[in-house]
Write a new protein. Structure first.
Length: 196
């Protein structure tokens, strides 16, 4: 039975996460509330030791990681970048539906224009999972500081589901989730612990 755990930490609030705008490659900082959430994370995680701390290249994830107290351990992992939304970047679902003339547009079903396919994000996170598990071959915890969609897809892939099944998992800003094992089976141990 593996004792490995992967802890998923979604970055704190940003102006775009607050407005519902799709944010991938736009590098924006946390709001004041986002920084407050990161302080809550620090308190929650203060007694947790991580063998490795991997973080998205984006400032919002790195800022969350530093405030939460793991800046010195932080290693940038490019595969933790958010789903590349292409032409949908910076737009809310409502705006995208209006622009496309598709009232039922759904990123999980319909994808994005000029960005990544959900399966490509799944391929990326498979590499993150492999790296995390390699860091704790005898058990231990690895933290991943990143973004909502990429972490939802990673959790789906952890459970040996297609990437698109991330649609069934919601993640709040500044949340903590834990992936682990029940005997040899990959499971969700805890999901979407928020501090709102």
């Amino acid at each position: 039975m593996s004792k490995a755990e992967i802890w998923l930490v979604r970055h704190g609030e940003t102006e775009w996460s607050l407005s519902g705008a799709h944010t991938s490659t736009t590098d924006i900082p946390l709001t004041e509330r986002g920084r407050e959430l990161a302080v809550e994370l620090k308190e929650y995680l203060k007694d947790t030791a991580f063998a490795e701390v991997l973080v998205s290249p984006m400032i919002r994830a790195q800022e969350t990681c530093r405030i939460a107290g793991f800046g010195e351990q932080m290693q940038v992992e490019p595969n933790l970048m958010e789903w590349n939304y292409g032409e949908m970047e910076g737009k809310s679902t409502k705006t995208i539906r209006e622009e496309l003339g598709q009232p039922g547009w759904d990123i999980w079903k319909d994808g994005v224009v000029g960005g990544e396919a959900v399966e490509a994000v799944g391929d990326r996170v498979d590499k993150v999972i492999a790296r995390a598990l390699a860091a704790v071959p005898d058990g231990g915890k690895v933290a991943l500081f990143a973004h909502a969609h990429v972490l939802r897809i990673l959790a789906a892939r952890w459970m040996e589901l297609e990437a698109v099944n991330g649609r069934h998992l919601v993640l709040g800003t500044g949340s903590v989730s834990v992936l682990g094992f029940e005997r040899e089976t990959h499971v969700l141990v805890r999901w979407n612990r928020t501090f709102e």
